[in-house]
Every structure is written in structure tokens, then in C-alpha cells.
Write a protein that binds this ligand. Structure first.
Ligand code: GLP
Length: 263
């Protein structure tokens, strides 16, 4: 795990967006794994600006989103498909037919999950997976106690996640308690993970993920097993880490090494 600690949320979004832009420029038909929640919004804004300024093209990119609410369709304003269109896809030159989000209104959700896994494989796997993290350490909708080997499936949300996400729903609006989510095993197979977290409310989850034991109680701790995971966080989200100085030192040494190799 590479832990990058930056001063604020804007720097976190910029650092993450830069990884995506560089990767897409190297591999124009990259397969991206995308995430919802409030944290990635700033990164999507940076990618939209990069596209508007001619620094990147999404014409040949394809995407798979992590998760979706079960029981609502893609045109429902609370669906993650709707969110992705509004926050990102409608503002870039991506072919919407190349953007996949698990189908919340599938007649057979179990078959839809299996098909999602097949579709990812057929595309050759996910090159870069963007992640946020829940306050309880969930990634996607893989709640605590999720199997660390899990694949895309139907998952029941915890009370904590339902309460955290209630802010997006109005008081009398139906809020789903079930989801379709890529599994932890699915996420571990992606080639590069870019996880973003900002704010003090994420500090406990970040500590458990980076310095805690590998445990299904903190699903994000499974990323300790990932071959290439970059954790980009602001000072507030990093505030409970024990080894902050070491992580910063590693970054300084990495930068020096990069400079030396570029000479
Ligand atoms: C939801 C999503 C997760 C996301 C989490 C945190 O539960 N399923 O993918 O990481 O929210 O969201 P936020 O960034 O708003 O804190």
C-alpha cells in the first residue's frame, strides 16, 4: 500500500485525477472501475476539466461502476447510474454504451451479478479502480463481515451505511436497504486501486485499513493484499495513523528516486 498524505481535499482530487489522466493517455482504451459517494465528485470535476482542456479523451475508455441500489432503475434520481451520468458521463466524450453500472432493476439480480463479472473479464479486467471508503471501512457496498474473496453479488446494507447515506434522500423518499456490489475478490483483481478519503469522519476507517489487522470487520483492510493500491488522503483523514511521518518520508524518497531516474 502506498499512502499519500496531502494537505486538503482539493489536492487529493488533483493527485487522483492526474493518475487517471496519465493512465488513459498511455492506454486510450483503458478499463476504469468507478465509484460514487461524495468523495469522488471533486476528482470527476478535475477529469471533466482535463477533457475540456484537451488533455485527455474518453472516446475509447470503458467503465464499470462498483455498485448500485437494488430495487430502483437507472433513471431514478437516487440511482448510482443517474449519479454517474450527472456527475461525469454527461460532461465527457465517453460512449455511454461503454459505461456499465450494475442493474438495480434487474429481474434476476443474481444472474445480473454473474453477468457483470463475465463482462469485466471479457474486457480484460479493470485497469484502474477508483474507491472511496465508508466510515465503517466498507468499499463498494462490501459491508463489515463481507467475505474477502467475494464476487459481485446482492448485499444487505448495514444500519450505519443506511444512516450515512440518508442525507442524499428526502424524508419521505424510499431508501433501498439492498445493493448489488462488486465483491472484495473482484476489487482485489483490478490492476491498480486508487482510494480517496478526506475529512476526520474517515480517520478511524483509514487507520483500520492501513494499520489494522487484515479482517472482514474492516473490508478495506483487504487492500493490504492488493499488489498496487494507492491511498490518497488529506491530513484530517490521516490524523489517526501512527506512522504518518514514515508514509511522508516514503513519498519524499519516491520523488527523489523518480527525479534521479528521469535524469
Ligand atoms: C457509499 C458507496 C461507497 C462510498 C461510500 C462513501 O456507501 N457505496 O462506494 O465509498 O458511500 O461515500 P462518501 O464519499 O460520500 O463518504
Amino acid at each position: 500500500m502506498k499512502v499519500v498524505i496531502l494537505k486538503d481535499s482539493d489536492s487529493v482530487a488533483a493527485y487522483g485525477a492526474d493518475i487517471f489522466v496519465k493512465h488513459i493517455n498511455k492506454k486510450p482504451n483503458a478499463v476504469l472501475g468507478l465509484a460514487t459517494g461524495s468523495t469522488p465528485v471533486a476528482l470527476y470535476k478535475k477529469l471533466i476539466s482535463a477533457y475540456s482542456n484537451g488533455h485527455v479523451s474518453f472516446a475509447d475508455v470503458s467503465t464499470f461502476n462498483l455498485d448500485e441500489y437494488l430495487g430502483i432503475s437507472g433513471d431514478h434520481p437516487q440511482s448510482y447510474r443517474y449519479f454517474m451520468n450527472q456527475q461525469f458521463f454527461d460532461h465527457i466524450n465517453i460512449d455511454k454504451n461503454s459505461t456499465a453500472v450494475p442493474q438495480g432493476d434487474a429481474e434476476d439480480p443474481i444472474a445480473a451479478c454473474e453477468a457483470y463479472e463475465t463482462d469485466i473479464k471479457q474486457k480484460g479486467g479493470i485497469d484502474i479502480q477508483l474507491l472511496g471508503i465508508g466510515r465503517n471501512g466498507h468499499i463498494g457496498f462490501n459491508e463489515p463481515s463481507s467475505s474477502l474473496m467475494s464476487r459481485t453479488r446482492v448485499k444487505t446494507l448495514t444500519r450505519a451505511t443506511i444512516d450515512d447515506n440518508a442525507r442524499f434522500f428526502s424524508a419521505d423518499e424510499y431508501q433501498p436497504h439492498l445493493s448489488l456490489t462488486m465483491g472484495i475478490g473482484t476489487i482485489l483483481e483490478t490492476k491498480l486501486v486508487v482510494l480517496l478519503a478526506t475529512g476526520e469522519s474517515k480517520a478511524n476507517a483509514i487507520k483500520a485499513m492501513v494499520e489494522g489487522p487484515l479482517t472482514a470487520s474492516c473490508p478495506a483492510s483487504a487492500l493490504q493484499m492488493h499488489q498496487d493500491a494507492v491511498i490518497i488522503i488529506d491530513e484530517a483523514a490521516a490524523s489517526k495513523l501512527l506512522d504518518i511521518e514514515f508514509y511522508k518520508h516514503i513519498e519524499i524518497e519516491n520523488e527523489k528516486l523518480k527525479e534521479r531516474l528521469a535524469r
